[in-house]
Design a protein around this ligand. Structure first.
Ligand SMILES: [Zn+2]
Length: 275
């Protein structure tokens, strides 16, 4: 039986991070992610990164800090307003202004978004469509490792403050449940939260998690949010014959499936035949 339950290189699990607001602690975060070969998404406000009085990450750093290290820069709206109180037109302006500025500063095509304050309404989803933004990360934790049906409202597994039990459970699935696959651990938060007094998650503890996850990289694909989005969409685009013996991948991304539990690559714009 063919199952669409594998990630890049046939790995059974995936891992992604999403960090908001572009605070100065992002520099330390990026160092940590780089040390353990992990990828993350950073959601930024263009009005803040272009403000010379801001204490956060500056516009002229975006490329060297995030992009050159393989991380993703995504939108967090231009000025971080409560979008749900705004007209659809004003919401659109917040998104497109953010997107255009971040694209100029990073030299990348920005397609991701995290809702400021985690809140949104139906007009936000329309504004995202108009601004060609493909996913929106909310702050409502799922506690599980399931992929979203609809990336327009993408709920993470856990906030960093509640990550301990989820990281431990995720690692136990990787190690002790060979029947388990196709699952994603998604952690979100803010760099400044590590420095708060009584922070539920310290820098040291977070590094322990990264080291423990890194040890299992043989079965965990670490990717940015947009890489997960593109991969899952490619996987969901695979065409399969009714008897399950022919597969065709019409996308530009190599996709791995499992065939009776064994990983199989269906190359981009290529076919796979199952005996
Ligand atoms: Zn924010």
């Amino acid at each position: 039986m063919i199952k669409f339950d594998r990630f890049k290189d046939g790995k059974r699990f995936a891992l992604t991070f999403s960090y908001d607001d572009g605070c100065m602690q992002d520099r330390r975060l990026v160092e940590l992610f780089n040390k353990y070969g992990m990828k993350a998404t950073f959601n930024l406000m263009s009005d803040v990164v272009t403000d010379s009085n801001s204490t956060g990450i500056r516009g002229d750093e975006l490329r060297s800090l995030y992009i050159d290290n393989g991380h993703e820069v995504a939108c967090h709206s231009a000025s971080h307003p409560r979008l749900e109180y705004m007209s659809v037109t004003d919401q659109y302006k917040e998104l497109i202004r953010d997107r255009e500025t971040l694209e100029k500063l990073t030299g990348t095509i920005v397609r991701g978004f995290a809702f400021p304050y985690g809140t949104y309404n139906s007009n936000t989803l329309l504004a995202m469509d108009a601004a060609a933004i493909v996913y929106g990360r909310s702050v409502n934790e799922t506690g599980n490792f399931l992929l979203p049906e609809d990336f327009k409202v993408w709920r993470p597994t856990t906030h960093q403050g509640n990550a301990e039990s989820r990281v431990k459970y995720f690692i136990s699935c990787v190690e002790k449940e060979p029947w388990n696959s196709g699952e994603l651990l998604y952690i979100w938060g803010h760099g400044y939260e590590f420095d708060e007094s009584n922070a539920p998650l310290s820098w040291e503890k977070f590094e322990e998690y990264l080291a423990a996850l890194h040890k299992r990289e043989y079965d965990i694909w670490s990717a940015t949010n947009i890489e997960i989005y593109d991969y899952v969409n490619a996987s969901r685009s695979i065409r399969m014959s009714a008897d399950g013996t022919m597969l065709y991948n019409p996308t530009d991304t190599d996709v791995w499936v499992s065939n009776d539990g064994k990983p199989l690559c269906v190359e981009s714009c290529g076919s796979a035949l199952i005996k």
